[in-house]
Every structure is written in C-alpha cells, then in structure tokens.
Design a protein around this ligand. Structure first.
Ligand SMILES: Nc1ncnc2c1ncn2[C@@H]1O[C@H](COP(=O)(O)OP(=O)(O)OC[C@H]2O[C@@H]([n+]3cccc(C(=O)O)c3)[C@H](O)[C@@H]2O)[C@@H](O)[C@H]1O
Ligand SMILES: Nc1ncnc2c1ncn2[C@@H]1O[C@H](COP(=O)(O)OP(=O)(O)OP(=O)(O)O)[C@@H](O)[C@H]1O
Ligand SMILES: NC(=O)CC[C@H](N)C(=O)O
Length: 714
C-alpha cells in the first residue's frame, strides 16, 4: 500500500551576517512548509549565517550568534511538529565544522558535519572549516549551556549519522558532496536511507543548472530514493548570485522544481511522494540488492518517535502524489536578463542605494547593462503586482516615494532610480549619441547628454603648458604612446564625471533625503581578459553586472530583449560595429574594437575557455587550437594568434587587480579577486612555450631538425 508523505525544501534569500533577517526567513519557510502539510523541512547550507561570510566565519561571534538564532528558532512552538534540517557552523573540540542540525520539537537529533568541502573555483571552504574526514563515524557533542536549557539535552550525536523515524530513514548530504565521485548518497542509499536532503550554497553560472540537475537525477536514478535539494538564492554580499532552484526528485524524476531567479525572499517547494515507490524501485534491481547486501558502511541510526506518514494505515482520498515533470531550464539570454537583474536589486536595497548611474555610450555593453536595469524594473513591478510586500517596501525606500505608492510601470520605476549619461567628445559619432538617447527614452532613465571636449582639451593644454610638448593622434602623425595617452585621458575623465554626476544628480532632481547613485560599469568579460580597457576609466565603477558575460552572449541577450521588451532600437545596437570612439574619425579610418585588439570576440571566448576551463598554458592551447583551426588557418597563424593572446593577457593582467566587482556568470572569468587567482607580473613572451610552439609549427611545415636547429627539450 502506498505511504504518502509531504516534504518541503526551500530557496532562501539569506544575507551574510544578517542573523535576524536570516532567522526570520527560516521561520517563515517553516511556517509555510507546515501550512502546506509538510512533515520535513530542509533549508540551504549555512542558512543561519548566510553562506558567504568568508573570513567572518573565523570569528567566534559568528558561532555564538548562530546558536542564539538557532535557539530562538527551535524553541518557538510554531516550529514544532515538523522535522527540521537547518544549517550553521558549529565548533566541536575547538574545530569548526559546516553542519546540518536535524531537530524535532525543540530537541536536536543529530549534528551532521560536512565531509567533502567545496574548495575550488569560487569556493574556499577549507579556509574556514575542517572536513569531518570520518564517514560513518559518530561522537557525542556537548551542547552549549544555553542550548542545554532549551533542549533539555546535554549530549547529542555529532557525525555521519542518519535519522530513523517510525516509517523511514533520512540522511543529509551537503552541496559539494553531490558533486563528488563517491557521493554520500551512494553509501546511505545502499544502507537503506530513503530520503536524502541536500542543502546547498550554490551559485549561478550561465548554462550550469543542467550539471546540478543531471547529478541529482542521475544519483536518484541509480540509487533510487527521495532527494530534497535546498539552495540559497540572491546576492548575499559579494559577486555571486545563488540561484535557488530548490527541487524534489524521486527515483530519477523531478516532482517539484522551484524558481531559479526571483525577488521572493522565501520560496517553499513541497511535494507529496510515496515511500513505497522508493522501496519498489530499489527492490526490483537485483544488482543493487547485491551491492546493498555486501555494503559494509552501516550508519548509526538516531531513532525518533515521529511519523512522516501518520495517516498511512488509512486511505485518504484528499491526498494525492505530486506528478513528475521534465526539468525546466532558462535560455542563456533569459539567464542574463534575470540573474544580474535580481543581483542588482538585492545590491541596491541592501546598500541603501537611491538608484544607479550608467555612462551610456551607444555601444552594446552599456546598452546591455541598461537593459538589465530595465529587466530589474520589470521584475520589481511584477513582484509588486503579485503583492510582494517586501519588494514594495524596498521600492518605496529606494525611490523615496510616498508610502502608498506601488510600482506598476517599469518605465516609471526606471525614471525614479535609473540615470544615464552620454559623455560625448569630438570623436563621438551622431549615431552613438542618438542611439544612447533613444534607448534612454525607451527604458525611462533620467538621461543627460553632454559634451566634455572642453575638459579634455583643457587637460591636454595643462600638460602642454607644464611640459612644453603637445601629444597628437597617430593618424595626424603622432606616436603610439601619444595616441594612447590621448585616448586614455578621454576615457579616464569619463570616470571622474560619472562619479560627480552619480553623487549630485539626485540633489539636482530634488529627491528628498537621497544619497548618491551607484555607478555601473560595463566592461565585458572578453575585454577584461584581453585588457582592452583603460585602467581607472569608466570600467572602474561601483558594480558591474556584465563583467562576467561574453560579448557573444551579450549580443544574444540584446537580440532576445528586442523582442521580449519590444524595443526595436536594440537592433541598431546589434548592427553597429563595436568601437571605443576614442580616436578621430576620418574618411579612411574608424576605430574598431576587433581590429584594435587584433582578435575577434569569438576567438577571445575560445582562448578564455581554454585558458581557464581547460587549464591550458600557451603550448597546450596552441596544440588544441591546431587541431581545431587548421586547415582554415596555417599552423603559423594559429601560433601567432595564441602568442598574441597570451601577450596581451599577460601585459594587462595587472588590470584585473582593480576591476570593478562583477556579477560572476562565466566559467572563464578572469576575476582576480576570487575566481582566477594569478600573478599580475608575468613575462608576456612565454619564451620556453614559444620555442616549443615554433618547433611544432616547423614540424607541421615539414622542416628538418637541421633546418630548425632545434634545442633539446627532453
Ligand atoms: N605590470 C604592471 N603592473 C602594474 N601596472 C602596470 C603594469 N604594466 C603597466 N601598468 C600601468 O598600467 C597603466 C596603463 O594602462 P592603461 O592606462 O589602461 O592604458 P593602456 O592599457 O596602455 O591603454 C588602454 C587600452 O584600452 C583601450 N580601450 C579600448 C576601448 C575602450 C577603452 C576605454 O577606456 O573606453 C579603452 C585603448 O584603446 C588602449 O588600447 C600605466 O599606468 C602603466 O604604468
Ligand atoms: N561617449 C560615451 N558616453 C558615455 N559613456 C561612455 C562613452 N564612451 C564610453 N563610455 C563608457 O565607457 C565604457 C567603456 O567604453 P568602450 O568604448 O570600451 O565601450 P565598449 O566596451 O565598446 O562598450 P559599449 O559597447 O557600451 O560602447 C562604456 O561601456 C561606457 O560605459
Ligand atoms: N557550497 C558548495 O559546496 C558549492 C560547490 C558546488 N560545486 C557548486 O557549485 O554548487
């Protein structure tokens, strides 16, 4: 007979160190889970502190406040009558662990420390936590005195134990553990654990969700079982956007999937599932049965007198199992429209900002940034119309609006919080100026159109007076160095103007009690990688929503937005050649990004992925591209391109150290702060690798060893 149970997992928008806010969102999720009839509620990893506290985890205050919040949660009668799986750091024998605390009715059943910590890419868990390197091992943990008074317990099991209810067995897995070759799910499921919880702090990256879902579906398809995935969602204080997508899977099929991007701070996902389905599924696979019989890992079971299916002995026609459905994925262009927009909203409300200021050039990148702000305004309006009180409250606070105001039109909202500025010089074309103006009108931003030639010429004159030398552009006979200096001064002055306007525009507009605006930067990931930007110019902003996105993806996003938001002006941006407009335009010469860089944006994406994702140095990148790009290019041309890429990457690496914090979106991001740790003084000629590349080129060109005069390299 079927044994139906209702279980809940959730996406919570936690904020690092916001103990009370985090507590309230946890309480809210428990309340909703109970209202939906769930008997088990799972929350995200380190939900009490917020996942991204980083070195704050080293402060004993963080553990103390975690216990204080935890005590308030489990002591409240509203959180009783449901099994709770809550995440926080715990200090045991002076060692800090990243833990799950499973409790019922104000009593702790088990504390399960994370065994396999996340320590690559964006993650540094080993800096703050020690892994519990003893799978299956359990010890006794003496609770802090204040907690003893609340739970009436002195010792609780600490380690890799599972919970036995009257009717089933539950085990916890934490985020990264799902990504390991030998996931805890395998041993637990072979030992008869039927429900596995996974509490995550997992960030968004374009096109990554399928990896997470594949792992969950694959694990539950091979092992059978009910899998509850919980995740943090939102910007909890840095470059990452945790992308929720809480879900419930049974035997390789999804029965409930929460949203990936949303402005809802608390989203509870429930499903009604049948324990008998797990048993039937597993018991029908004989090979699995043999492995289970031979399995030596026996988990300590912590018994609790509680049923997940209290009515199982009687058929209840009002309860029916949730239906299975296919996984849902957004298109990458939708991910760009939604992820950075949600991140910016969290950033704006949590930084107590008044709005954004964006230097709008009439090119693709700043255009994409503007459209993301517009997308944010759409999300806010939709959430407000759905009655999201938190969003309405935040919107009123940010825009200093009347307390009865409800955002109902994205253009109106943008007109209150979004400011754009075209900063023209004599090198600007009328096309870029008018494109910027038209886009600003369409999205509703408060737009300033100015000319800054007087500023540029007076700065150059000052230099002339001080040194007696006058730099001139290359096309008028100047040297490369003069040409660069004349470009950079325009770009850098734009940054100074941007900060001045960001500070004073709300004052100009008589916005009451306003602070300044956050300055938005819009250098894309490829420009950053190649260093095709001026250090401390408009790329130096407060935050950059597109700094982790490739030019190719930004173009796809603009094409998608032209339809989605009915903005025909966006096709003009797509059709324009990307140009910095820092050099004079003549009949024979118009500056172009790709010509200037000596490589295309498409090539940059390929170099970027090979360097970072495939871990290629110059030599192995050359070998890989040799297979891919010949015979379209000769081996010598491939070698030239690879060397050129590494040359510019190396000479400009220092720029990464001061890049504006950007939304992390791309797996080949060169972000120096967290994701791509490299030296910033590198010999750009990579001499030894270059010799080895030359050797292969010669070999391909059928030259003899003698002709080559090859050095011994073994
Ligand atoms: N290893 C190292 N460690 C630390 N600093 C280092 C350094 N090497 C140079 N530097 C310093 O870096 C500075 C040179 O870098 P930087 O001032 O950026 O100047 P630079 O890289 O020489 O020129 C900027 C480039 O960006 C291009 N660009 C394209 C499109 C748009 C824009 C724009 O801004 O709108 C710019 C522009 O055409 C030009 O090719 C100097 O102060 C130099 O001393
Ligand atoms: N005329 C301008 N007015 C306002 N801002 C500008 C102007 N030119 C450049 N900027 C700012 O400086 C940034 C870098 O300039 P750059 O010319 O490199 O742009 P880009 O990378 O081609 O981006 P875009 O496609 O937005 O022009 C732009 O994204 C924009 O924010
Ligand atoms: N918090 C974690 O363990 C996260 C690591 C994991 N690889 C992820 O990206 O989801």
């Amino acid at each position: 007979m079927s044994q139906l149970i209702t279980v809940a997992t959730c996406n919570l928008n936690q904020w690092a160190l916001d103990f009370e806010g985090n507590r309230d969102r946890i309480l809210e999720s428990i309340k909703i889970a109970k209202q939906k009839g769930a008997r088990l509620r799972v929350g995200p990893e380190l939900e009490i502190t917020g996942y991204g506290c980083l070195d704050h985890f080293l402060e004993s205050d963080v553990c103390l406040h975690s216990w204080e919040m935890y005590a308030q949660i489990i002591k409240s009668p509203e959180t009783h009558d449901i099994l709770l799986d809550i995440g926080m750091p715990v200090l045991y024998k002076n060692v800090r662990y990243n833990c799950r605390l499973i409790s019922l009715d104000g009593k702790i059943l088990v504390i399960r420390p994370k065994i396999w910590l996340a320590n690559d890419g964006n993650y540094r868990e080993m800096r703050f936590f020690t892994p519990w390197l003893k799978p299956g091992h359990v010890e006794e943990f003496k609770l802090p005195p204040e907690i003893q008074k609340i739970t009436q317990q002195v010792y609780v099991p600490f380690g890799d134990a599972v919970v036995n209810t009257v009717d089933t067995t539950i085990g916890a897995e934490t985020c990264e553990e799902l990504f390991t070759p030998q996931t805890p799910t395998i041993a637990m499921s072979l030992d008869g654990v039927e429900i596995i919880t996974n509490s995550s702090g997992s960030h968004h990256e374009l096109r990554k969700l399928n990896k997470r879902l594949d792992l969950i579906l694959n694990a539950t398809s091979r092992c059978g079982g009910i899998y509850l995935y919980a995740n943090q969602r939102g910007c909890d204080g840095d470059r990452l956007y945790y992308d929720g997508c809480a879900l419930i899977a049974v035997n390789g099929k999804i029965v409930a999937q929460g949203s990936q991007f949303s402005l809802n701070d608390v989203e509870v996902v429930t499903a009604t599932v049948d324990l008998e389905d797990v048993r039937n599924y597993r018991a029908a696979i004989m090979s699995r049965g043999m492995q289970a019989t031979l399995n030596e890992v026996k988990f300590k079971r912590v018994d609790v007198d509680f049923e997940l299916a209290p009515m199982a002995t009687r058929f209840d026609p009002s309860i029916s199992p949730s239906k299975t459905h296919d996984p849902f994925y957004h298109l990458p262009e939708e991910e760009i429209a939604l992820g950075p927009a949600c991140w910016m909203w969290d950033y704006l409300r949590r930084s107590n900002g008044t709005g954004f200021f964006l230097p709008l050039s009439g090119g693709i990148d700043s255009c994409a940034t503007a459209v993301i702000v517009y997308s944010m305004c759409n999300l806010v309006v939709n959430a407000a119309l759905e009655g999201n009180q938190q969003v309405i409250k935040d919107a009123i606070k940010i825009t200093r609006s009347d307390e009865n105001w409800i955002p109902s039109d994205p253009v109106e909202l943008a007109s209150k919080l979004f400011h754009t500025c075209f900063m023209g010089t004599e090198n600007s074309s009328t096309e870029t100026r008018s494109r910027a103006k038209e886009l600003a009108q369409r999205v509703g931003s408060y737009h300033v159109d100015l000319n800054m030639d007087v500023l540029v010429s007076s700065t150059v004159s000052l230099f002339e007076v001080a040194t007696g030398k006058k730099p001139i552009f290359k096309i008028f006979g100047g040297s490369q160095i003069e040409n660069l200096a004349l470009q950079n001064i325009q770009a850098r002055l734009r940054m100074v103007i941007a900060y001045l306007f960001a500070q004073l525009l709300p004052w100009v507009r008589n916005i009451p009690n306003s602070g300044g605006l956050l300055v938005l930067g819009s250098a894309n990931v490829d420009e950053c990688l190649r260093g095709y930007l001026t250090k401390y110019d408009c790329s130096s902003a407060d935050i950059n929503p597109i700094g982790g996105i490739s030019k190719t993806d930004l173009k796809r996003f603009i094409a998608y937005s032209a339809n989605k938001y009915e903005m025909p002006i966006l096709t003009d941006f797509l059709n324009a050649t990307p140009t910095a407009e820092l050099e004079p335009i003549t009949k024979e010469y118009v500056q172009s990004d790709e010509a200037d860089m000596g490589m295309t944006y498409e090539e940059l994406s390929a170099f970027g992925a090979l360097r970072k994702v495939e871990k290629c140095g110059p030599y192995s990148m050359f070998l890989k591209l040799l297979h891919e790009w010949t015979p379209r290019l000769t081996p010598a041309q491939v070698a030239e391109k690879v060397k050129k890429f590494f040359f510019f990457y190396a000479i400009n690496r220092h720029k990464q150290t001061v890049l504006t914090p950007s939304y992390h979106a791309e797996n080949y991001s060169p972000d120096d702060n967290r994701f791509d740790l490299r030296p910033f003084l590198i010999n750009p000629r990579f001499t030894w690798a270059s010799k080895k590349i030359a050797e292969v080129v010669a070999q391909c060109e059928h030259k003899t060893d003698k002709e080559l005069n090859i050095m011994s390299i073994d």
